[in-house]
Design a protein around this ligand. Structure first.
Ligand SMILES: NC(=O)c1ccc[n+]([C@@H]2O[C@H](COP(=O)([O-])OP(=O)(O)OC[C@H]3O[C@@H](n4cnc5c(N)ncnc54)[C@H](O)[C@@H]3O)[C@@H](O)[C@H]2O)c1
Length: 250
């Protein structure tokens, strides 16, 4: 859990992809900072366990389903009549492939999760964010959306680039409402999933390619989520923060 000491008492925070990884870390940290946290995930078993442990609320929700996303934000509206922070964290891909090898089904699936899911959550959150004194949208992109990297997926790269553009569009549309929209682009973060899908040799090679010499930890990312969510971070919008140990410098 991040050691940052900002208070989020009385703030209402929705975090997608809350069951594991960075989303789980964000739920833990925002809940410990006093926020009313809503974790949205398709993995009900793990999501509920995280919620019980952290005193947050779990909402079973597939972010690619308009009806499910609408129902999730209606639940928040009924209880709080507003939302202060939306963290679009759910994302990922299943197969490393190329433009030649990716199936159309996989393409659609990855685009739906990483791009459409962000659109749907933002669309249904906006009316509630307008009721906040300092609304915040934070979207987790990727190094893969900033530059071409190997060991990735063309659909994932396209979607993660797409959310950077959507981040700027939202910033432009919502600035007059005092709502900021920013993105975080991690590179390699040592989550449970990465420990399973990357061998020790692969992880060592990746770490060696990073100027700071190591994978990011979940807390390295959650710290930036907290800053962007804070009232103090309120005069920056439409930006992408590369939290990547120096692996890619633009
Ligand atoms: N881990 C990394 O190295 C890394 C690097 C760059 C970017 N990212 C991005 O950071 C974010 C978090 O990554 P992570 O590694 O912690 O992810 P993870 O794979 O560990 O967890 C993703 C979570 O999203 C949930 N999820 C999947 N599909 C969903 C859906 N349709 N609706 C709702 N929830 C769904 C999963 O159940 C899971 O709880 C993702 O957007 C990912 O693309 C991760």
């Amino acid at each position: 859990m991040s050691n940052i000491t900002w208070s989020f008492a009385d703030r209402v925070v929705a975090i997608t992809g809350s069951a594991i990884g960075m989303g789980e870390g964000a739920v833990e940290t925002f809940a410990a900072a006093g926020a009313s946290v809503y974790g949205l995930d398709v993995d009900a078993k793990r999501g509920r366990a995280v919620a019980e442990r952290t005193g947050s609320t779990f909402v079973e929700c597939d972010v690619t389903s308009s009806a499910a996303v609408l129902a999730a934000f209606e639940q928040i509206a009924t209880r709080h009549q507003r939302l202060d922070v939306l963290i679009n964290n759910a994302g990922g891909f299943w197969e490393q492939n190329t433009t030649e090898s990716i199936s159309e089904i996989e393409w659609d699936h990855v685009i739906d999760l990483n791009l459409k899911g962000v659109f749907l959550c933002a669309r249904h959150a906006i009316p509630l964010l307008r009721q906040s004194s300092a609304g915040r949208i934070i979207t987790i992109s990727s190094l893969a959306g900033q530059t071409a990297i190997y060991q990735s997926s063309p659909a994932y790269a396209a979607a993660k680039a797409g959310v950077l553009s959507l981040t700027r569009v939202l910033a432009s549309e919502l600035g007059a409402d005092g709502i900021t929209s920013n993105a975080i682009a991690p590179s390699a973060v040592l989550t449970e999933r990465i420990k399973v899908v990357r061998s020790a040799e692969e992880r060592a090679a990746t770490a060696a390619s990073i100027p700071l010499g190591r994978y990011g930890g979940v807390d390295d990312l959650v710290t930036w989520m907290m800053f962007l969510a804070s009232e103090e971070g309120g005069y920056m919008t439409g930006e992408t923060i590369a939290v990547n140990g120096g692996r890619f410098m633009s």
